[in-house]
Design a protein around this ligand. Structure first.
Ligand code: HEM
Length: 436
């Protein structure tokens, strides 16, 4: 790794004390002045410096390093990366807690090395010891590897007593068209990087380390805008063309941690059984197909009413700029609400959901043309919250009942995972559960 690389902690801070210019991508221009802001790139966190108008220098893309160790796992508050792989595994028959612990130890070692831009080396259970060389010449490229446990993991490992209620199955929604083979799983790994080869290299390494302990259940590949592609920092767009991520909770808000991360548990009583998850979070993963052929036929003015925001700049239809709060009561000269009753941003807003909030950090996907001739394209929707019953579930329930976006999307796969806290130095991810 080059000596001038930037090291970024899991809360977005730079361990060299420098502010990475790449971080600028997470911050909208409106943030303007110097200081920490939460950008709106799907929850991406960014630092606005005195030069927010400058695009990312290409040389910083490869050299930016995210920290493996920290209070929280990387890949939650990390700015959106250009490439993503989501992969779920099921433990092999006969595999239990001991083997699962050994796998988490191996995976943690590999993740730490790769995130530091170092090759993997030695020790694979299946005897393959060499690094594949796929990422040779590239720096860490903001690689993050994040691990989660699904509900079934606790049965397989004899740890059901430590399974938190937050992992209770998500309720069914009327619009669900879920494929069980591409849903859930014992273990979940999220890989993100700003370079496609770096991301793929990590995916192969993680798969190889699983060896005979766990087999792949499903895998999905996604992408976001590449750092430096826009002339100025800008919020990401999804494949419907909308600016997506504006309303995300911001780490500068006093209740950010309470909403996104699991609080410390009491040392005694029932709750103590879930103490291992303190500092962790829950990830809800949904593969949401976008029915683009239908969507693209809608005139832009109608597309904007579906969301309640302008397509060009993400400003609410009640007026202002992207960062102006929505005025949900404002009506036009005809007396009609400017942000319609069924607009997606209205229905999902914390204001209309007793404060329910989540950090949306998605990847787009495009898997070619489906058998019916339509694009197999959409959003790998990933949202983070301290409790799914106070985040995804109530909001999706409400969206399910009357979201103007519903006719244009289809939920095709679903997963819910408990994501442990970050590992301390010398520790592996999930150790506090597996050695409890
Ligand atoms: C393909 C599916 C979806 C698309 C294209 C989409 C798109 C958008 C867009 C463009 C916005 C407005 C900008 C913003 O605040 O980010 C938005 C807001 C939001 N969406 Fe979605 N969304 C989708 C699915 C979902 C789902 C499944 C949920 C949760 C159950 C959700 C929750 C939210 C929330 C909480 C907001 C912010 C509302 C606010 O703060 O006012 N979205 N979405």
């Amino acid at each position: 790794m080059s000596t001038d690389s930037k090291k970024i902690g899991n809360n977005g801070e730079s361990s060299t004390g420098e502010l990475s210019r790449r971080r600028l991508l997470g911050s909208v221009g409106a943030a303007g002045a110097t200081g920490l802001v939460l950008g709106s790139t799907g929850g991406a966190i960014g630092y606005a410096t005195a030069r927010p108008d400058k695009p990312t220098a290409l040389t910083t893309v490869g050299s930016t390093e995210e920290m493996f160790h920290g209070k929280h796992q990387p890949g939650i508050t990390t700015p959106l990366q250009a490439r993503g792989h989501l992969i779920a595994f099921d433990l092999a028959p006969g595999t239990g807690r001991k083997e699962a612990a050994a796998l988490m130890r191996r995976w943690s070692t590999v993740a730490q090395r790769l995130m530091a831009g170092e090759p993997t080396s030695g020790g694979s259970a299946d005897g393959t010891t060499h690094d594949t060389g796929i990422a040779l010449d590239a720096g860490p490229s903001s690689l993050t590897v994040t691990f989660g446990f699904g509900r079934t993991f606790f049965e397989r490992t004899g740890l059901v007593a430590h399974r938190p209620p937050g992992l209770d199955p998500l309720p069914p929604f009327s619009s669900d068209r879920l494929d069980s083979k591409r849903s859930n799983g014992d273990l979940w790994v999220q890989i993100g990087a700003d370079d496609a080869l770096v991301a793929f290299h990590a995916l192969r390494a993680i798969q190889k380390e699983a060896a005979t302990t766990a087999g792949v259940r499903w895998q999905m590949n996604g992408f976001n805008r590449t750092p430096g592609a826009t002339a100025a920092p800008a919020t990401a767009r999804n494949l419907m063309g909308q600016i997506d991520g504006t309303g995300n909770p911001k780490p500068t808000e006093s209740d950010f941690d309470r909403r996104i991360f699991v609080p410390s548990q009491p040392k005694t009583g029932d709750e103590a059984k879930y103490a291992w998850l303190a500092g962790g979070s829950y990830a809800v993963v949904r593969r949401i197909r976008m029915l683009l052929d239908d969507w693209e036929k809608l005139p832009v003015a109608q597309q904007e009413r579906v969301i309640g925001r302008r397509k060009s700049d993400g400003a609410p239809l009640s007026g202002g700029t992207e960062t102006t709060p929505m005025d949900l009561d404002k009506a036009g000269p005809d007396g009609k609400l400017l942000i319609p009753d069924n607009a997606h941003a209205r229905i999902s807003s914390p204001e209309r959901n007793s404060g329910a909030a989540m950090l949306r950090r998605p990847f787009s996907y495009h898997d070619g043309i489906a058998a019916d001739g339509t694009p197999d394209t959409g959003l790998l929707f990933i949202c983070w919250q301290a409790d799914p019953l106070k985040g995804f579930v109530p909001v999706q329930r409400k969206l399910d009942r009357g979201d103007a976006l519903s006719p244009f999307v289809r939920h095709e796969a679903s997963g819910l995972f408990a994501v442990p806290s970050g590992a301390a130095k010398g520790e592996y991810v999930g150790q506090r559960l597996l050695e409890s």
